[in-house]
Write a protein of this length. Structure first.
Length: 351
């Protein structure tokens, strides 16, 4: 059964007569500051980091205690969830949400990224900052560059060979492909090392190799090679799926700025390209606060627990200015993203 088709997100310029860049955002920024929502939440993050570390240690202890049994694989999904929690901490460290001290923030990022996950903090942080500066900009946002997936009809029409066949069915393949995301991130992390400055390259490489050595030693010491491989495959696949579920709703199918049109101000650039996901505490926890994507993009350094508090201020400000504020449920956010990818591949299915 074909997926329902929705129009491809248009690249629209800022409307004529729009306020100068920054002026629409300034009142909102003042309001957020007046409410103290940009102040650090050191105790909240310290508690979260400690609990996550204890949970990881407990899971590793469980692997050792159960030993060479297929029952040990029951801990792989738990470790995948904790790996996503660890990634969210690294994400927040990269945005200076945890601390204003750059060196401390980098240390937290290196520990949670390179050492605990085998993902390069330096590579991810540089890439992610480019995304935040120009979300959904086809020429400047690395997250919408043509790769395994494509996000515009122009990108789709340029595909050839196997990638062309992949694009035809990319909506159906999206979630299966996320099962490989954790492995892909590790590969990119090692590939990027040669582009790092020598001092950074040495530290990041040591931590990445340390992760691989510790992870491999743990599994091969406690499990037979076959069970160790099964555990690693299940853990990494579910970790990648969790990341895909967290990132998929955020921008796919939203507006894409015209690279040759008028430049949007900060408020429109972040709000029009982002989608929020409403829900309760469970949604906030599962998505690591990224369900408040609009607020996060407007205020990247805002601590995670303050995002939901900023939401009423941001929504009201957008309403006053007549700027669309996109928010939907979790399942509908996935449907919207998949419909967009399905529509992008439509011309290739008509060949």
């Amino acid at each position: 059964m074909p997926l329902p088709i929705a129009p491809v997100a248009a690249r629209i310029p800022e409307p004529p007569g729009a306020s100068p860049a920054g002026s629409e955002f300034a009142p909102l920024l003042h309001s957020v500051k007046d409410h103290g929502l940009l102040e650090r939440r050191n105790a909240w993050y310290a508690r979260g980091i400690a609990l996550n570390a204890l949970a990881l240690a407990g899971t590793v202890t469980g692997v050792v205690a159960i030993g060479n049994s297929w029952w040990t694989l029951c801990l792989a999904p738990l470790l995948a969830v904790l790996s996503a929690r660890t990634a969210f901490i690294g994400h927040d460290a990269g945005h200076a949400q945890i601390t204003g001290n750059k060196d401390v923030g980098r240390m937290i990022g290196l520990v949670h990224g390179n050492l605990l996950l085998g993902l390069s903090y330096g590579w991810w942080n540089a890439k992610h900052n480019r995304h935040h500066a120009n979300p959904n900009h086809i020429d400047k946002d690395p997250d919408v560059a043509a790769d395994v997936l494509v996000f515009t009809s122009e990108q789709a029409r340029s595909r050839t060979g196997f990638r062309r066949r992949l694009t035809r069915n990319q909506a159906w393949l999206f979630f299966p492909l996320t099962l490989l995301e954790a492995i892909a991130l590790k590969v990119h992390s090692f590939q990027d090392l040669r582009r790092r400055p020598p001092k950074e390259r040495t530290l990041e490489a040591a931590l990445l190799i340390g992760h691989v050595a510790a992870y491999t030693t743990l599994l091969l010491t406690c499990l037979s090679p076959g069970r160790a491989l099964a555990f690693a495959a299940l853990h990494q696949a579910l970790f990648g799926l969790h990341l895909g579920l967290a990132f998929a709703p955020n921008h796919k199918g939203m507006e894409m700025p015209d690279p040759h049109g008028e430049r949007w101000g900060h408020l429109r650039r972040q709000v029009l390209t982002s989608r929020n996901v409403h829900g309760g505490a469970l949604t906030d926890w599962f998505l690591g606060g990224l369900n408040y994507q609009i607020e996060h993009h407007l205020f990247p350094s805002m601590p995670r627990p303050h995002l939901r508090l900023a939401q009423p201020l941001v929504r009201a400000h957008c309403r006053d200015l007549g700027i669309p504020y996109a928010e939907t449920g979790l399942l509908d956010s996935y449907q919207q993203a998949l419909r967009h990818m399905h529509e992008v591949g439509q011309p290739l299915r008509m060949d």
